[in-house]
Design a binder for this molecule. Sequence first.
Ligand SMILES: Cc1cc2nc3c(=O)[nH]c(=O)nc-3n(C[C@H](O)[C@H](O)[C@H](O)COP(=O)(O)OP(=O)(O)OC[C@H]3O[C@@H](n4cnc5c(N)ncnc54)[C@H](O)[C@@H]3O)c2cc1C
Length: 402
Amino acid sequence: MHVCVLGAGIIGLSTAYELTQRGHRVTVIDRATPAAGASGGNGAQLSYSYVQPLADPGIWAQLPKLLFSPSSALKIRVQWNTRQWAWVWQFLRACNTSQSQTTTCELLALAAQSRRVFDDWRVRENIQGDYTASGKLVLFRSEAAFAAARQQMQLQKQLGGAAQLAVSASEASAIEPALAQQQNDFSGAIYTESECTADCKQVCEALVKILTARGTTFRLGHAFRQWVARGDRLSAVQLDHGEEVSADAFVLSTGHTTPELAHAAGVRLPIYPLKGYSMTVATDGTGLAPQVSITDSARKIVFARLGQRLRAAGMVELVGQDDSVQSRQIQILQQATQALFPDCSRYTDLQPWAGMRPATPTGLPIMGHQGGPRNLFINTGQGALGFTLAFGSAVQLADAMH
Ligand SMILES: Cc1cc2nc3c(=O)[nH]c(=O)nc-3n(C[C@H](O)[C@H](O)[C@H](O)COP(=O)(O)OP(=O)(O)OC[C@H]3O[C@@H](n4cnc5c(N)ncnc54)[C@H](O)[C@@H]3O)c2cc1C
């Protein structure tokens, strides 16, 4: 079968790889270059054990601070279209204990599958991408937040999640000596030794190289214009320069723009872009740079060591399709990084980045046929966990196509 995959982010490329492995001929289309979207500069966490959805009952207590504090990691610019409002309404409805536990359970299972699949691909294809099994420390600045995290840890344990340890601030700094100077700022931490990090962009580039060598065709620099339908199936996709690419089946994985392309085929998807930022610096300072992946839970910022670089990522903005890099947000990331790791970098060359997480209200991805033309399949909505879940999602999508 000839499959056309739209979108060359980590989801589209992983899907293309899995389909190729199963003997299909694949064409990948992207309006830009591989990893030009959310996969290009994300937080680099393979967060197999930290899958707690954003739609959590705890959001209600935090809402006033999240909405009105100037230092809040959340920002909403109200849009004059119903898409944003409908998404927020569905999101708030999903912020209850029962939905949050169901989502956590399903995401843990998908993340575990994703870990197995990526470990297999990495070894088989020798994918490097600054991958490390670095372990992860999630730091808490208040006793109350630390207590809630210990409860979530118990829930994840009951659901079969990986082994986690609640540790004191001094134990955390023994695990990651780069935290030593700041340990008095924290009440405690949750440590997960088995967590991993990697550079998502480099993993995308490695997949492109492997796919190209196996005969996958790439049509880059051309955006979707319209579908060509025959009966209850799609026969081709027309690109912005007029070219038509015919295929037996089509997979939509264009991240946050997927709803528009799906809508053109009569399929409605509850996806909204959640914008975030990252900043990457060289670890060229005089002090220690962390080896362990760190999350500052109060500031909602993650830090990942990628070879000789340190990346900080965070923030959630509902600002429609505006993907511009705001210097104020990069400044906040820089200040947070310098406060925690003052001497690990000279902080002279910040690499600023912004990206859009394709998010569903519950946090559960959308994988498989979702109505509309019989040969149209969707793989999107992995939200804040798209890198982590990409490999398991690719396998589930390929299974759904049979
Ligand atoms: C700040 C931030 C930090 C994050 N941190 C993490 C993390 O630590 N761990 C984790 O697991 N996940 C993280 N994520 C989430 C993760 O990055 C995303 O879920 C994931 O990259 C989504 O991949 P994708 O392939 O679906 O979308 P994208 O990477 O956005 O790819 C979509 C592709 O489709 C193409 N495209 C779009 N529209 C069209 C069109 N009309 N025609 C043709 N092509 C089109 C784009 O050019 C793009 O290349 C983070 C995201 C952000 C923003």
